[in-house]
Design a protein around this ligand. Structure first.
Ligand code: GUN
Length: 292
């Protein structure tokens, strides 16, 4: 049976470190880091994620502000707000929770955020820096959180074959770059798989590390996992579950029961990558504050 990689506990460990740094800052008379999240509309998932980010801010001693707008807000109004925050010297990080309503161009909004405040790492400048191995930018929070998890558990990546399933700009592609970087959690040979990959099972069976980020619940089964592999599950699909109070449950991309029979280490859903994403965002916001 696989060892469970406890994202909740590890995120707490890093949050404690961040909190100690913030306390030291404040003791020196400096301002606490300030993260602003913009939330447009009433998407249930987005509301949950933003609430979790706000809670984490308070836990580590940051100022956390959530600006909520109705889904009728125009792109122009939203961009105006982004520009205002860009110019506010007391704000270190700005995230606009995605998805946005259809009448708003998500790319126009994410590119309007000043790269220096783009703690989500979605701006072209930060994506470009990531691609070049330039660590002065911001790395998307989920891949960053995964590298923090790998580091914490001392998982050796050098010379290993990593298979990343999913090519999103937020997770799959940046993850594939980080794992191939010349770094402590890099030096892997990386295969980036996606919906058009024809021999996915064959490739997965060659992987020492599998990162599943495709948004298809239970897609990666135990018979796709090489004995001893490390399995990282990024999936967070909400499935109806009438027996739960909230009426839904979170489902990962990995079939946990069968995969954990072959894997040496595996992240659960919930309590694996999710909390690490939030900690990655806190890490980026502290980094921005320190650079000001
Ligand atoms: N929607 C899904 N994941 C994310 C994220 O990491 N950041 C933002 N801003 N929106 C998201």
């Amino acid at each position: 049976m696989a060892e469970i990689l406890d994202g909740k506990a590890v995120s707490q460990h890093f949050k404690d470190q961040i909190k100690a740094e913030v306390e030291a800052m404040i003791a020196l008379g400096k301002r606490a880091p300030h993260l602003v999240a913009i939330l447009v509309g009433n998407d249930g998932g987005s509301q949950t994620y933003v609430a979790a980010k706000e809670k984490a801010c308070h836990e580590v001693g940051f100022t956390g502000t959530v600006l909520r707008y109705p889904d009728t807000i125009s792109q122009e109004e939203l961009l105006k707000k982004v520009h205002e925050i860009n110019e506010d010297s007391e704000i270190d990080g700005l995230i606009v929770q995605l998805p946005l309503p259809k009448h708003i161009d998500e790319n126009a909004v994410t590119q309007a955020i000043k790269p220096e405040k783009d703690v989500d790492g979605f701006h072209d400048i930060n994506m470009g820096k990531l691609a070049k191995g330039d660590t002065t930018g911001y790395t998307s929070a989920t891949p960053l959180g995964i590298t923090m998890l790998l580091k914490y558990y001392g998982i050796k990546t050098s010379g290993k074959h990593a298979v990343v399933i999913g090519r999103s700009n937020i997770v799959g592609r940046p993850m594939s770059i980080l794992l191939s970087d010349s770094s402590e959690t890099g030096n892997c040979t990386v295969t980036l798989c996606h919906s058009r990959t024809s021999n996915l099972k064959e490739l997965c069976l060659q992987a020492d590390i599998v990162v599943a980020a495709i948004g298809r619940p239970g897609f990666v089964k135990g018979d796709m996992i090489k004995p001893g592999a490390v399995v990282i599950d990024v999936g967070t699909t909400r499935l109806d579950n009438a027996s739960k109070k909230a009426g839904w449950r979170l489902a990962g991309d990995v079939d946990f029961a069968s995969a954990s029979e072959n894997a040496s280490m595996i992240t659960p859903v919930p309590g694996g990558v999710g909390p690490m994403t939030i900690t990655g965002l806190m890490f980026n916001t502290l980094k921005s504050r320190k650079l000001r």
